[in-house]
Design a protein around this ligand. Sequence first.
Ligand code: ADP
Length: 422
Amino acid sequence: MTPILGCIADDFTGATDLANTLVRGGLRTVQLLGVPNPNSPIPDVDAVVVALKSRTIPATDAVAQSTATLDWLRMTGARQFFFKYCSTFDSTDEGNIGPVISSLMDTLETDFTIACPAFPETGRTIFKGHLFIGDQLLSNTHMADHPLTPMTDSNLVGVLQRQTSRRVGLVQHSQIEQGADRIREAFRTLKAEGKSIAITDAVTDDQLHLIGPVLDDLALVTGGSGIAIGLPANYRRAGLISETLGSDYVPSVAGPSLVLSGSCSAATREQVARFEKSWPSHRLDPLTLAANDDAVCRAVEWARSKVSDGPAMIYASAPPEDVKRTQDALGRAEAGALVENAMALIARALIGHGVRRLVVAGGETSGAVVNALGIKGLRIGAQIDPGVPGTMTIGTPELALTLKSGNFGTPDFFEKALRAMP
Ligand code: ADP
């Protein structure tokens, strides 16, 4: 069986978010990490999501990686393609959303697609082309001050138009509300005006479902994970997926359990505090790491002595005042790299000592751990909390793995994940 849908995501946790949506819609899904090697085996699933790290690299590199990935996805036999970016449309006037969409359209020789980052479940809605986060226009939120992709304009038609020579139009929510035929008519009108990318309004999941059937006409769909909720129904209607297969089934992995937390986000700190009350926990202090060569070894030895009796946690998570003190002493990037590197070494050593069930908190921290373990792909299992599925690695090391970005998850997330993951 060949995949039906081939996806390119511009970052790691965004890829997992999309994969989670597809699995919930009934598609058996794997996530691969990095541009696939031309000889990479084709997974026997309904959807493949390739996670790149292309959001903030130079646009020419993002285009090269995305088109190389598309070439491989086409080779798998996939019939439709998806470019996933952030629901806050993280980009600059140089790109990378516009240049990547344009080059994917060139490769697929398609003359029309949509750009719909709406994700109403998390408060990202598009109304008259303007992106809102909760009740605020995008440009009135913290995204205006983002260090890499400051979003100071909420009008997505304007934002995307500055990134591409293709002409960008708008399909308004009043048209969406009238259903598939009206949306198709709006697409035809835009094409007749010489426009080839449509920002598509969506304020509710119902509106995303109204757009769903129309996506069947497009070789390429682009947006956040929200717009993907309409795709599985199309494939089901076409008889391409089975109703009976458990799309979220992944085999279980037995063995000692470990939590690694390098996230300092508020939700994670609450989760760390909660877990620490019940299970052995070891704090990694970046200043000690910087001063002391054997701090990593001591953490590894500590965990080895605990994990045979039950789960244990190693964490660097700290409140903002501690993080600031550390950054003042070591430098912001240096402190981050020091902790990420330590977490990566600890993960590798403890997997070597038999740990098989691993929860990692923090987007960058997850990236560092996955790279250090040489993990090439993940089978996506059932959702643990919104945006966070349980997964199992493809190939070696064989692990049950949960990767959680900072602000996701309920306060009892770590225990819940260890219970729920395969
Ligand atoms: P999140 O998903 O919450 O943003 P990340 O892992 O992406 O988490 O980012 C957290 C960053 O903070 C990482 O680079 C990590 O190494 C760093 N870090 C973790 N603990 C500390 C600390 N105590 N002081 C300074 N930096 C830290």
